[in-house]
Design a protein around this ligand. Structure first.
Ligand SMILES: Cc1cc2nc3c(=O)[nH]c(=O)nc-3n(C[C@H](O)[C@H](O)[C@H](O)COP(=O)(O)O)c2cc1C
Length: 350
């Protein structure tokens, strides 16, 4: 392993609460950091001003290290003809909700490299950790953040991505297995996806790459955290396990979905956003359409518009209830109690 100084993370417990855009709140993430783990804010879908407000709120709530996460996807290649074809495919669904598709699609948010002022915000506020999903930002931005003493992490799904992260100066790998909830962090969705489980990927990376590895995907309790450590991980990153905490920003229907029979059958679909993501099955994942969606995040604009149209009719069947395969093991506990429970389970599992 590289000479990375783990004490910088000041982890009393090897538990990272996963960044989850649209779900994580300063109340959730700060409570995790204050309980001895590390909380994360998913800031991939907000602009620099909102990111600054949320980071300042975190800094008021905790003096402990925390992570802020951004999306580093490739700039989508625009193709108006295929975008129109996708909207035509969705038009009958909009019609069932008395609506029609938008005339055109736009990216609902920018990737990290193209988000104005985001690096200046991070250099001014200096969160301890910044992490990236879907790829890596430019060399110039990585260098600027590292020179400010910020620790950098990146989600990876295979050894080739891990090596690229290492070559580009990332400090810690987040090894995401196929069980994971939400979007798969694969860099290039057109490349072969070996769909490694979390345990296999963690083992492969810890033995073949010198960077420290955080395991993520399907880790729902303290004994699973211990298993990840035994596979060589320095910590476990849990997303779905925190979805039931009252400190998240999720809706009542999302909570209901987590306790439904469907939560036992999470699926990977690229139809909601244009990238593969694990979701509790909804009308989107059941969509039978021979047209491919536009690239991420253009397709998400249509996905969000369809959900909005359905919700106007009190229909939540197009809501994106992201969750991992462990969803039925989700516990609906406040962060403080969940962290204590995880700690007790870890102790008894040792
Ligand atoms: C609702 C939800 C939203 C997510 N959003 C993000 C995100 O914004 N950035 C990110 O790096 N990972 C995101 N992820 C993936 C997590 O970082 C992590 O890989 C995943 O939650 C691990 O699997 P688990 O849910 O089984 O614990 C999200 C996951 C979920 C469940």
């Amino acid at each position: 392993m590289t000479g990375f100084d783990m004490t910088k993370l000041n982890l009393r417990l090897p538990i990272i609460q996963a960044p989850m855009a649209g779900v994580t709140t300063p109340a959730l993430a700060a409570a995790v950091s204050n309980a001895g783990g590390m909380g994360s804010l998913g800031l991939g879908a907000v602009n620099a001003a909102t990111a600054a407000t949320l980071i300042k709120e975190m800094q008021e709530k905790t003096a402990q290290p925390f992570n802020v996460n951004f999306f580093a996807h490739d700039e989508p290649r625009r193709d108006p003809i295929s975008e129109q074809r996708w909207l035509t495919c969705l038009a009958p669904l909009f019609k069932t909700f008395g609506s029609s598709p938008p005339d055109t699609l736009t990216a609902p948010y920018q990737n990290f490299d193209n988000t104005p002022d985001i690096v200046s915000v991070l250099l001014a506020l200096k969160p301890s950790v910044v992490s990236f999903h879907f790829g890596l930002p430019s060399h110039e931005k990585i260098t600027a953040l590292k020179q400010a003493g910020i620790i950098l992490m990146a989600t990876v799904t295979c050894l080739a991505e891990a090596k690229k992260a290492q070559e580009n100066g990332i400090d810690i790998l987040v090894a995401q297995g196929i069980e994971a909830g939400g979007h798969r962090g694969i860099f290039d969705t057109t490349s072969r996806d070996d769909a490694y489980s979390t345990a296999v990927l963690t083992g492969l990376l810890t033995k073949n790459c010198p960077l420290p590895v955080i395991a993520t995907g399907g880790i729902m309790d303290g004994s699973a955290v211990i298993s990840a450590l035994r596979s060589g991980a320095i910590a476990a990153q849990l997303g779905t396990a925190f979805l039931g905490c009252p400190e998240t920003g999720i809706s009542a229907t999302y909570r209901q979905a987590l306790t439904s029979d469907e939560a036992w059958h999470t699926q990977l679909t690229h139809l909601v956003s244009g990238r593969p993501a694990r979701i509790i099955p909804n009308s989107f994942s059941a969509l039978d359409c021979d047209t491919s969606p536009p690239p991420y995040p253009i397709a998400y604009d249509a996905g969000k518009a369809l959900h909005h149209a359905a919700r106007q009719q009190n229909n939540h069947s197009f809501a994106a209830h992201w969750a991992g395969q462990g969803a039925p093991l989700c516990r609906f506990l406040p962060v403080h109690t969940l962290m204590k429970t995880l700690e007790a389970e870890m102790k008894s599992g040792l």
